[in-house]
Design a protein around this ligand. Structure first.
Ligand code: NI
Length: 183
């Protein structure tokens, strides 16, 4: 079990576009995926993207059965998604609070497509796809943004809805934080 350190906003690597995985080889990917799951679990995260641990490849993971930090959020199946492609289903967007392990201690309101279709590959090279909505769709969009060097603060429309989690909670601005890859 290796918990890797997570790059923080300000590290130029988080702004890079990651490379597609050319050859999807489960054995070769296993050490990376193990580290990603271990790191995500250690932080009670809902998702993690490979570039967040300095691996500039188009690999994301997300999902949990139960998560004490998202008591009201429905479980999301644990998913490995490689070379993902997201398509919005309709124009509808929703605002929601997000956080990020790479932006620790902060939360901001981010608009995301409510309904999306995603496709990509699992670690065995099988094509996978899904149609997801709401928080699940938010997590997928957030994680895949990391592969294009986009951090959620870049997507905040109203910077007045961006702040420190402890203060937002203390002041009652946030009750539950249905956030993303940050605890
Ligand atoms: Ni993130």
């Amino acid at each position: 079990m290796t918990i890797r350190s997570v790059l923080k906003m300000g590290d130029p690597r988080l702004l890079e576009v990651s490379a597609a995985v050319d050859i999807i080889d489960a054995a070769a990917l296993e050490p990376l995926l193990t580290d990603m799951w271990d790191t995500m679990a250690a932080e009670n995260g809902a998702g993690l993207a490979a570039p967040q641990i300095g691996v500039m490849q188009r690999v994301v993971i997300f999902g949990y059965q139960t998560n004490s930090r998202y008591a009201d959020a429905p479980p999301i199946p644990q998913t490995v998604l490689i070379n993902p492609v997201i398509t919005a289903l309709g124009e509808a967007q929703e605002d929601g609070w997000e956080g990020c392990l790479s932006v620790p201690g902060m939360r901001g309101v981010v608009p995301r497509y409510r309904d999306i279709h995603y496709r990509g590959f699992d670690q065995y090279g099988n094509e996978i796809e899904g149609e997801v909505s709401g928080f699940h769709a938010r997590v997928v969009q957030h994680e895949c943004d990391h592969l294009d060097g986009v951090l959620y603060p870049q997507r905040i429309r109203d910077m007045r809805q961006f702040g420190f989690l402890d203060t937002l909670s203390e002041k009652g601005v946030i009750e539950l934080q249905p956030c993303d890859d940050d605890p």
